[in-house]
Design a protein around this ligand. Structure first.
Ligand SMILES: [Zn+2]
Length: 324
C-alpha cells in the first residue's frame, strides 16, 4: 500500500500528467496534445481523461491517491483555484479549473502557476535538492520564474510576486508586453535574444552569417545565434553577450534581495550549457558587490521539460501529503 499524488502540467501544446510516489519518483506518466481548439471544456476533459488513466495504473490502484496538483499558465486566482485567462487557449476565461478537476476525479486538487510548480519540482526533485533557498529562471519564450524560500513558494501579498522576468534590468530599455520598459524577459529569453539578432540584421543592415537564414525565409532561433557565436560571428557574439550581461544583472539583484544558495537556469537558452554559464559567471562576479565573495551558485536545471509536471505533483504532495 503506497500513497501517491498526481501532477498535471497544462501547456499550450501538451498536457502532461504523472503519478508521483512519496519519494517523488514518477511511477507512471501520460502526455496528450492540448485540444486548444476545443476550448476550456475540451481541455478540462483531456486533462481529466489523462489523469484517470493514471488512477487505473496498477501502482495507483494498489495504493491510495491523495490529491492532484495542477500547474497552469495564468493569470490565476490561486486562492479561488480559478484561471483568469490564458493567452494560448481561447475561451479559457474565469474557469474554476481546480474545482472542476476535483469534481471530475473525486480527489482534492490544488492550482499553482506553471513556473512556480517547475521551481518546486527543481527544488524537491532536481538541481535544488537539499537546499534551503532556490530561484528558478526558465529562459524560453519569455522568462518564467519561481522562488522557493525555506521550502515554500513565494507568491507575494497579491499573487504577483516571483515574476523575475519583469525585473527591470535596463531602465528606459526595450518595451515589454507588461507595460514596463527594460524587463529582464526582453533581454534574456530565447525568443527575444533571437529577435534582437534579426532586428540588427534587418533594420540596421549589420553583417552576419545569420543573414542567410533570413534571406531564405527562415527564422533565427537562439540555437542559431549560439552556433554562429561559436563560429566567431561578431554579431552573434554581441547579441549573446547582451543577453548574458542582463541576465547577470538580474542574478545579482536576486542575490541582494534573497541571497539564495542557487539560481537554477532552465528553458531553451539553458540548453547551451557552459556556453551560457561561463560568460554568465564572469559578468556575475564582475557586477557582484565586493563586500563578500559571491556565494550563490549559478547552475543548470536538471529536470528539463518534466520540471512542470513533477513540480505539479510536488505541489500536491505539499498540500495533501501526511507530513503537512
Ligand atoms: Zn515586463
Amino acid at each position: 500500500m503506497g500513497e501517491f499524488c498526481i501532477g498535471i502540467d497544462l501547456g499550450g501544446t501538451f498536457i502532461k500528467v504523472a503519478l508521483l510516489d512519496a519519494a517523488l519518483t514518477v511511477r507512471a506518466r501520460r502526455q496528450v496534445e492540448t485540444p486548444a481548439e476545443c476550448g476550456a471544456e475540451g481541455v478540462i476533459e483531456a486533462m481529466a481523461g489523462a489523469a484517470e488513466e493514471l488512477l487505473h495504473h496498477r501502482a495507483a490502484s494498489s495504493g491510495r491517491v491523495l490529491g492532484v496538483g495542477i500547474g497552469s499558465p495564468g493569470p490565476l486566482d490561486l486562492d479561488a483555484g480559478v484561471v483568469i485567462g490564458m493567452p494560448n487557449i481561447p475561451g479559457f476565461q474565469n474557469v474554476p479549473l481546480r474545482d472542476r478537476l476535483a469534481e471530475r476525479l473525486s480527489l482534492p486538487a490544488v492550482l499553482e502557476n506553471d513556473a512556480n510548480a517547475a521551481a518546486l519540482g527543481e527544488y524537491r526533485a532536481g538541481s535544488g535538492q537539499g537546499l534551503r533557498h532556490m530561484v528558478l529562471l526558465t529562459l524560453g519564450t519569455g522568462v518564467g520564474s519561481g522562488i522557493v524560500i525555506d521550502g515554500r513558494l513565494v507568491h507575494g501579498a497579491h499573487g504577483m510576486g516571483a515574476e523575475i522576468g519583469h525585473l527591470i534590468v535596463e531602465p528606459g530599455g526595450e518595451p515589454c508586453g507588461c507595460g514596463q520598459r527594460g524587463c529582464l524577459e526582453r533581454y534574456a529569453s530565447a525568443t527575444y535574444l533571437a529577435d534582437y539578432a534579426r532586428r540588427l540584421i534587418e533594420q540596421e543592415g549589420r553583417p552576419s552569417s545569420l543573414r542567410e537564414l533570413l534571406a531564405t525565409g527562415g527564422e533565427i532561433t537562439s540555437k542559431d545565434v549560439a552556433e554562429a557565436r561559436r563560429a566567431g560571428d561578431a554579431l552573434a557574439v554581441e547579441v549573446w553577450d547582451r543577453a548574458v550581461y542582463h541576465l547577470a544583472v538580474g542574478c545579482v539583484s536576486i542575490c541582494r534581495v534573497l541571497d539564495p544558495e542557487m539560481i537554477v537556469l532552465g528553458g531553451g537558452l539553458a540548453k547551451a550549457g557552459e556556453e551560457l554559464l561561463g560568460p554568465l559567471r564572469a559578468h556575475f562576479e564582475r557586477l557582484h558587490w565586493k563586500l563578500a565573495e559571491p556565494k550563490t551558485t549559478l547552475a543548470l536545471a536538471s529536470l528539463g521539460n518534466d520540471a512542470g509536471v513533477i513540480g505539479a505533483g510536488c505541489v500536491a504532495w505539499e498540500h495533501f501529503g501526511r507530513q503537512h
